[in-house]
Design a protein around this ligand. Sequence first.
Ligand code: UD1
Length: 386
Amino acid sequence: MKVISVVGARPNFMKIAPLIQEMRQFSDIEHLLVHSGQHYDDRLSASFFGDLGLPKPDIQLQVGSGTHAWQTAEIMKRLEPVLIENKPDLLIVVGDVNSTMAASITAAKLLVPIAHIEAGLRSFDPTMPEEINRKVTDVLADFLFATEESAVQNLLKEGIPSDRIFLVGNVMIDSLLRYRSMARQSGVLADLGLWGEHGKPKPYGVLTLHRPSNVDDPSALGLILEAVSEVAMKVPIVFPVHPRTHERMKSFGYTHLLDSSRAKSADSGLISTNPLGYLDFLCLMDHARLVLTDSGGIQEETTVLGVPCLTLRENTERPVTLHEGTNQLIGLNPEKLVQASLKVLEGDFPKGRRPRLWDGHAAQRIVKILLDSWPARATKRSPSMA
Ligand code: UD1
């Protein structure tokens, strides 16, 4: 069985890592890793390959940044000859970034069967580019691997045949559980001046922001940063700044907020950093009193870590983190952000439990399903590379 996996952006790497580790156990799987180059900075890409023990990509498409249509089209143009030449039996894609959708369309047109990991999540918000990527990918996929029951129900409602849908758990949590103890050795807390006396971390919060709806609009970004600065008067808030957010802050004139030298010495304020590697960021989340984020994956990771998460969005495609986890939707109301943060800092937040099947074995289940069902699927839809 010849498998090609396509990854491209930061949140893909911790999802593909456990699958590659699992596929390596089977000599009858030949695997090639393709990196689209959607993310290319070391801090968003190479450092994750190092932290997660990922092999160097076999093929690099080196696409880079651009508009959505440009980036999607460029990935398709550069991936098509790779699929034609290598004739894979299966394409694996993870998550919901542009690389996920572009690779799926390319494979579908060549009749290469597709496995989508993290299928079925829906925010029902058409303004999110990821929602479009998720829907297109799911409609094309032959194997839809879901992390939570709501995703299964979404897919059934959209008319996806039930024999294509598999509730298997969460590969991102496979990585988290595998690397959590290693992450605790990270020196990031000491570097940021967050290691207190008596060998315990000081109380601190973490902020991540990168959604276009939050960072591309000067007034939305300004309101969030103002509200977070108010919370940061109580505890320091570490803010690893995504390149997109950094660019916007520069053009909107907000970079004075990124001077973190005072914050570190004063035990309060915003401590800005460059984007952090996987292990450093996991360590930072693990010891935080509070996480403020607009990321999707962080809502799931904090749920498993038992760390309170306030999500700065009006919706989430990951409702299990609200119903069973530590996540709360705050929206974009600055007053609510401050009040909810203060409540959390007083210890008042949902303690949550780990969702079903988020047990570190999702990749094993996925690879077993693929191997068990392979001969049947292969004869049903063999790749035509004309
Ligand atoms: C992408 C994903 C988003 C994911 C996020 C994680 C899509 C539509 N969006 O958003 O779902 O949550 O990654 O980070 O796929 N840039 C750099 N260096 C890089 C990459 C990007 O500086 O290595 C800058 C460029 O100016 C670029 C901007 O960041 O234009 C945005 O990058 P892009 O990949 O288009 O989207 P993200 O915001 O990173």
